[in-house]
Design a protein around this ligand. Structure first.
Ligand SMILES: NC(=O)c1ccc[n+]([C@@H]2O[C@H](COP(=O)([O-])OP(=O)(O)OC[C@H]3O[C@@H](n4cnc5c(N)ncnc54)[C@H](OP(=O)(O)O)[C@@H]3O)[C@@H](O)[C@H]2O)c1
Length: 234
């Protein structure tokens, strides 16, 4: 049976490119997001598209229940669903945007990970890949809501390495820089001109090139089972 890869937020951008790349590499993919029609196009005939709203724990549980019923295990979990909302300085921070970012990037990631762990333990070797960001290392004016949640993703990733030490589940964080996806359109609530301006004069990565770079780093993966220090290098 092909290894099972679950990708959250697979209806666009980095998640869609990751799902397609993993499918091409022989994984049985399970793609989750809210826009199911788009997911189905990404999953194709071989993949499985399942509705998922990571901000709703009952949706997360139903998603994982379905995976359990169909496959009984997960080999790779890519926690990719996430993004930014707004670019206001803290003095003008909008509560709903901060709550939305927290629920999608942090609480959602925890809910998905907690629900998937029993299935990851059923695989011979499990692998959790959290999509962090350079915003988990750096800050910028107007970006506190987003940089705070990506710092939190980094903290969760490092904590998982400690908590799963000795178990055959590797933990990886991918921290991309600027990638041109729907990210900025979502951040600016559908304002495509504002989104376009973000990339003016810059050469952002594409979602596909971000995935290729992630894959290229696999050469440094250590022999299994994973240990926290070795996982840090990838
Ligand atoms: N683009 C960048 O410059 C950049 C840089 C570093 C890190 N990242 C990170 O990369 C990840 C992917 O972003 P992207 O650039 O590919 O942006 P994107 O094109 O906007 O994709 C975001 C994905 O997340 C999904 N999503 C959002 N809210 C969700 C929810 N409540 N439940 C389930 N899925 C949800 C969206 O699907 P639905 O709307 O269909 O649910 C979509 O598939 C994010 O974690 C982002 O923070 C992006």
């Amino acid at each position: 049976m092909a290894p099972i890869a679950v990708i959250t937020g697979a209806s666009s951008g980095i998640g869609a490119a990751t799902a397609i790349a993993l499918g091409r590499h022989g994984y049985q993919i399970v793609a989750g997001a809210r826009r199911v029609e788009r997911l189905e196009r990404v999953a194709g005939e071989e993949g499985l598209a399942l509705a998922l709203d990571v901000t709703d724990e009952s949706s997360v549980k139903a998603f994982v229940r379905e995976i359990s019923k169909r496959f009984g295990r997960i080999d790779v979990l890519v926690n990719n669903a996430g993004g930014a909302l707004g670019l206001n300085p803290i003095a003008h921070a909008i509560d709903d945007e901060w709550i939305g970012m927290w629920k999608t990037n942090v609480l959602g990631l925890m809910w998905v990970t907690r629900a998937c762990l029993p299935l990851l333990r059923k695989a011979k070797y499990g692998h959790i890949v959290n999509i962090g960001s350079i915003a988990g290392f750096e800050t910028y004016a107007g970006g506190a809501g987003y940089t705070a949640v990506k710092h939190a993703v980094r903290a969760i990733t490092k904590t998982l390495r400690l908590e799963l030490n000795g178990q055959p589940i590797r933990i990886t964080e991918i921290a991309p820089g600027l990638v041109e996806t729907e990210f900025s359109v979502v951040r600016f609530h559908g304002d495509r001109n504002a989104a376009k301006a973000v990339y003016q004069g810059l050469k952002p990565l594409t979602a596909e090139s971000a995935c290729r770079r992630g894959r290229a780093r696999r050469h440094c993966e250590p022999a299994r089972p994973a240990c926290p220090e070795s996982a840090c290098r990838c």
